[in-house]
Ligand binder design. Structure first.
Ligand code: SF4
Length: 357
């Protein structure tokens, strides 16, 4: 494998010589972590730059949703269930973790279906699951809602902040940018299929490669992108065929369609994007925490604001890298993050911190 990596490194360097400055965006937070972990940046020539995009689900969850989650978690009757990465995302001076320290009943789950068990164990409480993530995790939330419906669960609801990646890529890159090519998210593509990223080549006129997460898979995808740039080709290539098909996972897509419908959604750093959110369909609306707790959430105001100097929004747009931030590694560290990109294990700042800035 080392020999293959060396060969790819050499080929990339050769191609890059003819290309000038090339900026490639890795959309997925797991790619960012892998790139740092495997020191991929150090294998690339100086004129090939990698920047993160809006592919960390915790990071793109907007302040108003964090505020709403904290408001729900504070209620006496609520058992709040969420992924661990959400716990330290700050909203001003507060976070879910700070509520947990104050004794609020907040449970870290590893699967949305854990919330079903918690609801069964606590029939006198209201269990609220915080549904975040892209097409990869949304089918599991759909499965939770379907299961809750099947067993007539009354004390379970989902605060749904799920989002879909293609509209965000379109919003970010339409009209031109400094991004020359796209490393498309392998996990999301396992669900929606490689063809779902064809618009990157067809409409945005950029080379795209769906990539896996091992060092050789990322290097192979980068090599493929540089070859396309060199030849002037604009295609979307599936470089992760061991996990990704052209059409995606039909069972998961059918489940998504059964439970959710598209809606406009606000992304941290990107603003409101048409059709980029997933809303629980009318048929399952009794499991929608936004409806169940409408009166409570009606009074929530965001307004805590990003920490002064935090540049998470710029990082999520690919306009900055974590080491550009004055707080990186100083005032802001994973144990006491000032922004979501350091709070989440898939965040760009956390990856730079963990594997070296
Ligand atoms: S290092 Fe901290 S303060 Fe700076 S951008 Fe990242 S999360 Fe925000």
């Amino acid at each position: 494998m080392k020999t293959e990596l060396e060969a790819m490194k050499k080929n990339i360097a050769g191609l890059a010589e003819s290309l000038g400055q090339v900026t490639i965006m890795e959309v997925c937070g797991t790619h960012t972590a892998s790139i740092r972990k495997y020191a991929i940046r150090e294998l690339l020539p100086g004129n090939v730059k990698l920047v993160s995009g809006p592919g960390c689900p915790v990071c793109v969850t907007p302040e108003q949703d964090i505020a709403a989650a904290i408001t729900l978690a504070e209620r006496e009757e609520v058992v709040f269930a969420c992924f661990g990465d959400m716990m330290r995302v700050p909203w001003g001076e507060r976070s879910l973790y700070s509520l947990y320290e104050r004794g609020k009943d907040i449970r870290i789950v590893t699967s949305p279906l854990d919330a079903l068990r918690i609801a069964r164990e606590h029939p006198g409480r209201e269990v609220v699951y915080f549904g975040i993530g892209f097409e990869t995790t949304a089918p599991l939330t759909a499965a939770l809602i379907e299961a809750a419906d099947e067993c007539g669960m009354e004390n379970l609801s989902v605060f749904c902040a799920h989002k879909t990646i293609p509209p965000a890529i379109m919003q970010l890159l339409k009209g031109g940018s400094s991004i020359a090519a796209l490393l498309c998210p392998g996990h999301v593509a396992t669900i929606i299929g490689a063809q779902a990223f064809a618009f990157v080549a067809d409409e945005l006129k950029l080379p795209a490669a769906v990539a896996g997460f091992e060092a050789y898979e990322i290097m192979a995808a980068l090599l493929c992108l540089l070859q396309m740039l060199h030849r002037g080709e604009r295609k979307c290539v599936n470089m992760y065929p061991r996990a990704v098909t052209e059409q995606g996972n039909r069972v998961a897509l059918a489940l998504l369609d059964q439970v959710f419908e598209p809606c406009d959604a606000i992304w941290r750093g990107l603003g409101e994007i048409e059709g980029s959110g997933l809303r629980i369909k009318e048929r399952y609306r009794k499991f929608d925490a936004a409806c169940k707790f409408k009166t409570v959430l009606g009074g929530v105001v965001d307004g805590a604001g990003e920490a002064p100097g935090c540049i998470c929004a710029r990082i999520l747009r690919g306009q900055s890298i974590p080491t550009d931030c004055p707080h990186f590694g100083g005032a802001c560290q994973p144990e006491r993050p000032l922004g979501p990109c350091m709070a989440s294990s898939e965040g760009s700042c956390a990856a730079y911190y963990r594997y070296g800035g």
